[in-house]
Design a protein around this ligand. Structure first.
Ligand code: 26Q
Length: 840
């Protein structure tokens, strides 16, 4: 790994213009001295406020600008180099990028944290306090959006040219407050204070059509062609953010599109000069990039969501084709040699039809060549097996919005189904199952089928998930094209989720095994040589303990609840969903509560149960589950007989910023989804890297986590995926489990009887009723196994030395779960994108 080149001092000048030889340039210098000057300059010239009124937020902004300046030349050099060398580039198309706060990460990747700390100290400021001023852009729901961000970090660090393409939502995922135990949503207004990281490019804009109809015409050569006469046109302008690799000069780009009206267009062509109508259209156009849709929303199938997807996909593809032709200077038929485009789930999968439209209608290519290029360029990553989460669009809506794309999809489908018939003669059922058009419950376009047919590679996100894909939702496609299917197990970036968020552990690691782990996480294996050293274990415990104190302080400041850092911290943070089974965790808490009440002399390991996560605003049951947790918490935390042994915290507004405090402080990681439902999980990896032990089912990447950690260092419980299917096939009867387990019956009785809700028997009834009657996620089937396993966890915690050994071994064996490994696999197996070192 090369170090970031120190820039030669160019021709710096002082404020009054006098030459300043032998000093680093204020815009590029990496020394503390240059940084201090840069921050002072930005305070004066960019912030523009007198010294006496400066607040920490102003220092944050000035430092952020100074840091962006330092990325600027690496950024330009990276882009110039891949244009000159015409290196192949990955484009990662994703409706979400959950980037997290940028300042700390950029300082880390530029390797200038110490210099920045010193520079700010000289200005009378504390770096950590300044970093804490940054509000994160919440442009994602959870796992999928954060994965995209981890992958950008790894692509840059591995020096692979890449562009992330997405949407610049004006309002990201809502902010969650907890009022009276209920979730309350507040709009996330992340742009009010400005965004120092982005550079807007109003000149780099593209037109995007919507609605209307198509017509045929003959071109000059007499060939029959199609043109799309849209009802509306809007404009996408790009905002670019640099993505700095760690310890390298590579600085890639994240391009986010923002929707604008096309005023002149509206006035001249359509509205015959109606000014007010034009302004109205402007407001309508700008709605397109206004707000991020939460997942699990019943409202999510709306026209605006399709418009968002098409909007960012069309802008991105037009951008790619323009760069390819004008900047790289290549003909379109070489597109797959120069570009790999990855579809992050089906959200951008309209790209398959859009690329065909651009090649056929705008660039007049013939069908076979356009299709060859399309399939060779795209790859598709699937992130879910839940049938209700597979994206489909009602045909009528789709046809009104994108009439040309619907025609193209029909044509793609016809040719594709001919191929199916040729390979599997006399199998009408198969043809019906595989069609891009679904017939059940009103006709619809099946986006997962479109993505699969239009891509040369399809992958799941964990070994189990990829196997299940081939066996369930994409089984027919696997039988058609087995060679297209593969697996890339997810990973997370060790820069943000270890070095940045766990500075105590970082220091201990650096001292013990050197700092190579930052770019080669497998080097954590070197820790295994130290597990038998009591002094090392002692230091390991101290680091964890300090992280727990840090989290306890934060918990106290936002909830008023006091936690003892000597207790076990048992943590479940993720989106609230029935399949993730936060309510199963709650059943265990009530079980412990009941045992303590029945036997106050009981000796149990004291635990803090910590939850965090957002529920989709329209997901009724998920919101009740939050209420259930907070209600149990209120009762537990205020009962002196109980709160000596257990406390329950619901941490509001779980996001990337407070995740930095959570993962490093966990002793136990809860990964308790119904087997077969969690595609991979990535939180599970963040916990493991930071030395938490996992209690989990054989689901998603848990399987591989257990394999790597060793079964003796993982608390396994629950039905396997096969067993889940068997139970369901035989007809799941929750009552069976209640009848045979008096403790479970008593726990449900407490919840239903109003023990945690001041006697109110209605509030939690929907959750309890669902568990008892029709829970598709089989929580009660796993209850006994889970509670017994938790007893084993509690006993294991009593042996502190043994727990510490297991904690160290979990970290030591977490190397596989680096996003660097995952990106190397994408580059080798799917994208064929090699490294390119950038010269300054
Ligand atoms: C779809 C249609 C309309 C509105 C919203 C959506 C939508 C948005 C986001 C649907 C799904 C998502 C996000 C899904 C997600 O985060 N999936 C998770 O992806 C992770 C990364 O691969 C996996 O680790 C998780 O297992 C998976 O649940």
């Amino acid at each position: 790994m090369t170090d970031i080149a120190q820039t030669p001092s160019g021709n710096p000048t002082s404020i009054d213009g006098a030459a300043l030889p032998n000093r680093e340039h204020s815009r590029t210098g990496l020394s503390a001295e240059a940084l201090r000057r840069a921050v002072a300059d930005h305070l004066l010239y960019s912030i523009g406020r007198p010294q006496s009124v400066l607040q920490p937020e102003h220092y944050y902004r000035a430092l952020a600008l100074a840091v962006r300046d330092r990325m600027q030349q690496r950024w330009m050099a990276t882009t110039q180099d891949w244009l000159d060398l015409s290196n192949k580039v990955t484009c990662y198309l994703s409706a979400e990028f959950l980037m997290g706060p940028q300042l700390g990460n950029n300082l880390l990747n530029l390797q200038i944290e110490d210099a920045a700390r010193q520079a700010l100290a000289e200005l009378g400021q504390d770096l950590d306090e300044i970093i804490a001023c940054e509000e994160e852009p919440g442009l994602g729901n959870g796992g999928l959006g954060r994965l995209a961000a981890c992958y950008l970090d790894s692509m840059a660090t591995l020096q692979r040219p890449s562009i992330g393409y997405g949407i610049r939502y004006e309002f990201g995922i809502f902010d969650q407050e907890i009022k009276d135990g209920w979730q309350v949503e507040k709009t996330d207004n992340w742009l009010v204070h400005g965004n120092p990281w982005e550079i807007d490019k109003p000149d780099a804009s593209y037109l995007v059509c919507w609605g209307g109809h198509t017509e045929q015409y003959k071109d000059v050569a007499g060939k029959l062609r199609v043109r799309w006469i849209p009802r509306r046109v809007l404009k996408g302008i790009s905002y670019d953010t640099p993505v700095q690799g760690y310890g390298v000069n590579t600085c890639n780009t994240l391009t986010l599109w923002s929707a604008r009206s096309v005023q002149s267009f509206a006035l001249d062509a359509f509205n015959t000069g109606d000014f007010y109508k034009a302004v109205e259209d402007e407001v309508l156009s700008e709605k397109v990039s206004k707000v991020l849709y939460p997942n699990d929303e019943p409202e999510a199938g709306k026209r605006l969501r399709l418009q968002q997807q098409y909007f960012f996909v069309s802008c991105s593809l037009q951008d790619i084709l323009r760069i390819h032709q004008e900047r790289v200077g290549q003909p379109l038929h070489t597109l797959p040699q120069k570009w790999a485009i990855q579809l992050n789930d089906t959200h951008p999968s309209i790209a398959v039809a859009e690329l065909m439209r651009l090649l056929l209608d705008e660039h007049h290519m013939d069908w076979d060549e356009a299709w060859r290029i399309t399939v060779a360029t795209f790859g598709y990553t699937n992130h879910t097996l839940l049938p209700e989460a597979l994206e489909t669009w009602p045909l009528a809506l789709f046809g009104q919005a994108l009439p040309r794309h619907l025609e193209l999809i029909y044509e793609i489908n016809e040719r594709f189904l001919d191929e199916v018939r040729a390979k599997f003669p006399d199998d009408d059922d198969r043809v019906r199952r595989m069609s891009l058009i679904g017939e059940e419950g009103g006709k619809s376009v099946r986006m997962a089928h479109l993505a699969t047919v239009g891509s040369h590679a399809v992958n799941g996100v964990a070994a189990l998930h990829s196997e299940l894909l081939k066996d369930s939702v994409l089984k027919d496609f696997y039988e058609m094209w087995p060679e297209r299917f593969g697996n890339v197990t997810n990973g997370v970036t060790p820069r943000r989720f270890l070095a940045l968020s766990n500075p105590g552990l970082r220091e201990l690691l650096d001292e013990t095994i050197g700092d190579g782990w930052l770019t080669d996480l497998q080097q954590l294996r070197g820790l295994e040589a130290h597990v038998d050293d009591p002094a090392f274990r002692q230091r390991w415990r101290e680091v964890k303990r300090a992280n727990k104190s840090r989290l306890a302080e934060y918990v106290h400041s936002v909830t008023g609840i006091e936690l003892d850092p000597s207790w076990m911290f048992d943590v479940q943070v993720k989106r609230i969903h029935e399949y993730k089974r936060q309510h199963l965790n709650a059943l265990h808490i009530v079980t412990m509560y009941r045992r303590i009440k029945a036997n106050p002399g009981l000796s149990i390991s004291p635990r803090a149960f910590i939850f965090g996560g957002k529920a989709a605003p329209g997901y009724f049951m998920a919101k009740r589950i939050i209420k259930m947790i907070t209600a149990i918490g209120a009762t537990v935390n205020n009962d002196p007989e109980v709160n000596r042994f257990m406390r329950v915290v619901f941490l509001p507004n779980f996001n990337v910023k407070n995740a930095h405090l959570v993962y490093p402080a966990a002793n136990l990681s809860e990964q308790i989804s119904t087997a077969g439902k969690e595609a991979s999980g990535t939180g599970n990896m963040k916990f493991m890297i930071n030395g938490a032990l996992t209690i989990g089912t054989l689901d998603g990447a848990n399987v591989e986590i257990r394999e790597e950690a060793g079964p003796e260092n993982f608390f396994l419980f629950g039905l396997t995926e096969d067993e889940v299917e068997d139970v369901k096939a035989q007809g799941y009867r929750p009552a069976n489990y209640i009848e045979h387990d008096p403790e479970l019956a008593a726990v449900l009785e407490l919840l239903a009887g109003g023990r945690f809700t001041h006697g109110d028997t209605e509030v939690l009834r929907p959750v309890v009723d669902s568990l008892i009657h029709h829970d598709p996620f089989l929580a009660l089937a796993d209850y006994r196994s889970y509670v017994d396993c938790q007893d084993i966890v509690g006993a294991a915690w009593q042996n502190g030395e043994e727990w510490t050994r297991k904690s160290i071994l979990n970290s030591a064996r977490s190397g596989k779960f680096s996003s660097d490994r995952a990106i190397a696999e994408y580059c080798d197996d799917i994208w064929d994108v090699g490294p390119m070192s950038v010269r300054l």
